[in-house]
Design a binder for this molecule. Structure first.
Ligand code: SAM
Length: 300
């Protein structure tokens, strides 16, 4: 489901910017997958059932991952960058590159939190643009299992040329932000400082206990706000960097637990760019918003 939503946007994006800003000098469009995996992914699928006349069973199948899907978008992106920490996964990405000789693909092995600032700190993203040379725009997809450093998000926002899809690991953040503030040890606090880029989460996410405390506890316990308020705080934090941030699309695992929230953020502050993004996200939320996400979705 998450990949359906991102793919929907990618198609919309390359189509909408096809001849922009001018047909004879269009943008160079990049797709950057910063936690790319292998290009393929495993997913559970229900097979058989009443209409097939066979008992239904759950089978694990291999489906196209985000990098493969992005390569199939038409009109195509001009440049692709796939970043992956695991060397064995990079080997698979190199195979994907060889399978698409007609596409300009770069595979980079390493930590996306180091590679993205380096990439966006180099030409064509910084420096003087030669007269008549095309401008560059990118969609960046962040699909981590874990932490994305706040400084990485800052560097994406500073480009003013990136549209970001961020599969925010809300469950991982909630594991660090324990229910009771007293249980947030130094390691968890350091994680949250890096994820939120501020120390303010201590007062934004923790409030005095709502239930009447025992006399001896008076004024001592602070409890974390609930998941939806943490999600709202993530959105407010992203809004300090990006001119437009969508409502999160909640993604449910088969058992119903919400492990991720899919955010869209646009770095380009120009009103037409923001209006275009808003329009597409509105359509998308209608198609992939909460009721639809209750379908068996996994991390697709
Ligand atoms: C959820 S998977 C990505 C799945 C992929 N988007 C897909 O649709 O197939 C996350 C990937 O990020 C990689 N990873 C984890 N930490 C990383 C980091 N700091 N930098 C780059 N890659 C990282 C993991 O090895 C893993 O392959």
């Amino acid at each position: 489901m998450k990949l359906d939503a991102v793919e929907y946007y990618l198609k919309f994006y390359t189509q909408a910017l096809r001849d922009k800003p001018a047909p004879d000098n269009p943008f160079v469009l990049w797709y950057i997958d910063a936690f790319a995996g292998t290009g393929m992914r495993a997913a559970d699928q229900v097979e058989g059932g009443l209409f097939d006349g066979t008992p239904s069973e759950i089978k694990t199948v291999r489906l196209a991952g985000s990098a493969t899907r992005a390569l199939q978008v038409d009109p195509p992106f001009k440049r692709f960058v796939f970043i992956e920490e695991r060397p064995d996964f990079c080997v698979a990405l190199e195979t994907l590159k060889r399978d698409h000789p007609d596409r300009s693909i770069e595979c980079k092995q390493g930590d996306a939190n180091l590679i993205l600032p380096k990439l966006f700190g180099s030409p064509p993203w910084v420096g003087r643009k030669k007269w008549g040379s095309p401008s560059h725009r990118a969609v960046v997809f962040l699909d981590p299992y874990n932490l994305v450093e706040w400084s990485t998000l800052e560097c994406l926002a500073q480009t003013k040329a990136v549209d970001l899809w961020f599969l925010y690991p809300i469950a991982s953040v909630l594991r660090q932000a324990a229910r009771s503030y007293e249980a947030v040890d130094a390691k968890k606090a350091a994680y949250l400082d890096r994820a939120f880029g501020t120390a303010a989460w201590r007062t934004e996410l923790y409030k005095p206990e709502t239930q009447a405390p025992l006399l001896e506890d008076l004024g001592t316990r602070n409890e974390r706000v609930d998941r939806s308020e943490v999600e709202a705080y993530v959105k407010r934090r992203l809004e300090t960097l990006f001119p437009y941030v969508s409502q999160p699309l909640p993604l449910l695992m088969p058992a119903g637990a919400q492990l991720f929230s899919l955010f869209f953020a646009a770095a380009n502050p120009s009103p037409p760019a923001v209006a275009l993004a808003r329009r597409c996200i509105k359509d998308l939320l209608n198609n992939y918003g909460r009721p639809a996400s209750h379908r068996r979705s996994g991390r697709q």
